[in-house]
Design a protein around this ligand. Structure first.
Ligand code: ADP
Ligand code: ZN
Length: 725
């Protein structure tokens, strides 16, 4: 019998794939939980993480060996715990949650070493004009990277290599540029107004306590919430711990990064999908080593390997962008609170329009409310007036009522800016054949095609399908028979340009050519008052500070209210309140006009009266009455398949296998409101239970015992669903 290697151990390794359990491997070197390792998997090599064992002895099969330990920091145990927690709660395969934590580090590799060159004083054997240019560029003895030297001297990299071969230049390894410099807590300490000072002190104390706590920084738009939570960041810096700031739309928040730099001297490290892979890998390492102290990022930043997290800020906590709707369905705000509790960190949620969940937690004392009820500039939050479209109708094919048009005219004449809000991209949401009534639909989805006139396309907003507008109706073949129905921002722009040909008009929408760079430039132009009338989708509601904006016109306030969506009222209230909050932030007399067909709707009434509490009172009461979140739990199960009957049959099978429980109510199966997306037919089941019932556990047991999905059938689970489509 061969002698057993004395250090050999058996470890469980979780791989970032759709598996829920770790696999066992033999290891020759001592490994610890959290270590990142390479393991064989089938015929491939995978990166995995040594996972806390289940305690079960592996079956007596021949185990494969770990290939090697990666040259990377181990995942902190806190992150391992968080991954387990999220997998259990969201009912996602553990490996898929791990994938979110590893995805970015998996590009592995430290910074590529840059090689610098400098002159030695030795003359090359043969001097050419190109060589002479390089030598004179480097004459002063300073280091330059090879590529910089070649570029600046206007020579090919081969010329540099030649000079190195000849001994005329020597190479030196350049230290990599840091991904983020250390922020300075005392760089520019602001003078806070009294209300801000009170809130800032509470937040500093929360950080100092080094205990888990959640504070809701509840401040009207423009009250300086950012300035206040920066004081908590400063406290974390003084303690040499780390802070995470989650932002809903980081790709658009250059302004935020600049504000951070104004306060702390440097920009924070950034984390979102547009960061280049190498920089991401280095940021990951920097966070793991504790060299990076502040990260501002999108929801995925939650999975960074912080060493010593002292503060988590969730800016604009009500923003729907925090919910991930594909892959692992998780809500970054809720998971950030979980992470904060694991790290014993202070958590700060900010909003002028908290989510119902958060407002309810604050009302019940679970979260500490810190209130800023006045704008920093001292101006009033704009008063809103309703325009009842039943009485003041703009007329056929138009969307701006006479009263709104007058208000625009006056505002522009005073040299101030107008924002017209319409949450619809494109030119028209529906295109119809005027001779036979045929509607242009997506080939992959159960949805209409939206005309985008700038791009000369009909587009599906669910799957991205596009086609040129047809010359003839596909059904009755009538030529040029299509008419646009309803407005989108592009169509509204047409109306505005016709009415105000002199005004500088701009459409702000996320789907214009040019992407994020263009949007950043356009937002900048609005801030600098290079634009008179802005026409925007929900993109403009997100925290922007436009100093010259005096009038906000909500073109269709009812849009978004009319679905069977339990969150429609909350969403509409938040969105419209935020949009109106963009007006009058620095000048007095900010004004909002809201066009609606239902001014008596509770959401409109609360908005018009400026009575936020009235809205929360009635919405919280209604949710409680109906047992909806946060007073009850909900899990949506979405069954999809390439054909409708398979999806329906499987959904019915699942329903038939649901264990009977007094605590659980099962709704459906029913065809989803969006019955087809990307060629997949969709059926939905919705289960709900009282709050104190472990619904995740129930669903896990249910689905584990139910017949498995076969063929093209897929089952997706959405715990705490935000979308009901
Ligand atoms: P909120 O996030 O609450 O809507 P902001 O944090 O964007 O508000 O603040 C609104 C404006 O007021 C910003 O331009 C900000 O720089 C300014 N501001 C707020 N507080 C202060 C302060 N204490 N000192 C200087 N400027 C401030
Ligand atoms: Zn589609």
């Amino acid at each position: 019998m061969a002698a057993k290697n004395p250090t050999e151990q058996i470890v469980d390794v979780l791989v970032p794939l759709a598996v829920d359990r770790p696999y066992s491997y033999k290891a020759d070197e001592a490994l610890r939980e959290g270590d990142i390792v390479y393991v064989p998997l089938g015929s491939r090599e995978e990166t995995g993480v040594v996972w806390p064992g289940s305690g079960a002895k592996p079956a007596k099969v021949k185990l494969k060996s770990v290939i090697a330990k990666a040259d990377l920091r181990p995942l902190p145990l806190e992150l391992v715990k968080l991954i387990d927690w999220i997998a259990d709660y969201t009912l996602s395969p553990r490996g898929m949650v791990l994938r979110m934590a590893l995805r970015r580090s998996a590009e592995l590799g430290a910074a590529r070493e840059k090689i610098g060159v400098r002159v030695t004083g030795i003359k090359p054997e043969r001097m050419t004009e190109a060589r002479a240019r390089v030598l004179s560029l480097l004459e002063n003895g300073l280091l330059r990277s090879k590529s910089e030297a070649a570029e600046e001297a206007g020579v090919s990299p081969g010329v540099i290599d030649g000079l190195v071969d000849q001994g005329a230049l020597e190479t030196v390894a350049l230290p990599p540029e840091p991904v983020a410099l250390p922020p300075d807590a005392d760089f520019a300490v602001p003078e806070l107004n009294p209300a801000q000072a009170v809130a800032a002190k509470e937040l500093r104390d929360a950080v100092r306590a080094k205990r888990f706590s959640v504070s809701l920084l509840d401040g009207v738009t423009g009250s300086g919430k950012t300035e206040v939570y920066f004081e908590a960041v400063a406290e974390v810096l003084k303690q040499k711990r780390q802070a995470l700031i989650l932002l809903p739309e980081i790709a658009l928040t250059t302004r935020f990064l600049d504000r951070f730099a104004e306060r702390f001297g440097v920009r924070p490290a950034e984390w979102h999908s547009e960061i280049a892979p190498r920089k991401r890998a280095r940021t990951w390492e920097g966070v793991a080593k504790g060299e990076i102290s502040v990260v501002a990022g999108a929801r995925s930043a939650l999975f960074l390997p912080f060493r010593d997290l002292g503060l988590v800020v969730i800016d604009e906590e009500h923003d729907p962008a925090y919910k991930q709707e594909d892959g692992v369905h998780y809500h970054a705000r809720d998971m950030a609170v979980v992470r904060g509790s694991m790290a014993q960190a202070a958590v700060v949620l900010t909003s002028a329009t908290p989510s119902i969940e958060t407002e309810n937690n604050a009302r019940r004392g679970r979260y500490k409310r810190l209130q800023l009820s006045e704008r920093y500039s001292g101006t009033e939050v704009p008063q809103l007036e309703a325009i009842d479209l039943r009485k003041e109708n703009p007329g056929k094919g138009r969307w701006i009522s006479p009263r709104l048009e007058n208000a625009i005219k006056e505002t522009v004449a005073r040299g101030e800016q107008v924002l017209l809000f319409l949450n619809r991209r494109g030119y028209a949401p529906l295109t119809l054949c005027r001779s036979c009534g045929f509607r242009m639909r997506c080939v992959n989805c159960d949805s209409w095609l939206v005309e985008h006139r700038y791009r000369k396309k009909l587009a599906c907003h669910h799957c991205g399908f596009e086609m040129p507008p047809p010359q003839h109706c596909p059904k009755c073949e009538a030529p040029d028979s299509f008419v646009p129905i309803g407005p989108g921002v592009e169509r509204l722009e047409e109306e505005v340009r016709a009415a105000f040909p002199e005004a500088r008009t701009l459409v702000l929408s996320s789907d214009m050519a040019g992407g994020v760079e263009r949007l950043r430039a356009e937002l900048e132009a609005v801030t600098n008052r290079d634009v008179d009338i802005v026409i925007g989708t929900q993109l403009v509601a997100k925290g922007h500070h436009f100093p010259g904006l005096a009038l906000v016109g909500i073109v269709d306030a009812d849009l978004g209210l009319n679905y069977g969506d339990p969150r429609a009222a909350e969403r509409t209230f938040q969105l419209l309140h935020q949009v109106v909050g963009r007006a009058g932030r620095e000048s007095v007399g900010g004004r909002g006009l809201l066009q609606t067909y239902q001014p008596e709707h509770p959401v409109m009434k609360a908005l018009l009266a400026g009575d936020r509490d009235a809205f929360y009172d009635s919405e919280i009461a209604a949710r409680e009455e109906a047992g909806l979140p946060p007073f009850g739990r909900m899990v949506a199960v979405i069954v999809s398949a390439k054909d409708g009957p398979s999806a329906e049959a499987h959904a019915r099978r699942l329903a038939a296998h649901a264990p009977i429980s007094d605590d659980v109510r099962l709704l459906g199966p029913a065809e989803a409101p969006l019955s087809m997306i990307r060629g997949r037919h969709r059926w939905r089941l919705l289960v709900s239970s009282p709050r104190n019932f472990d619904l995740s556990y129930y669903v896990r047991e249910w689905l584990a015992a139910a017949p498995p999905a076969k063929g093209s059938v897929r089952v997706q689970i959405d715990v705490d669903p935000q979308s009901f489509l």
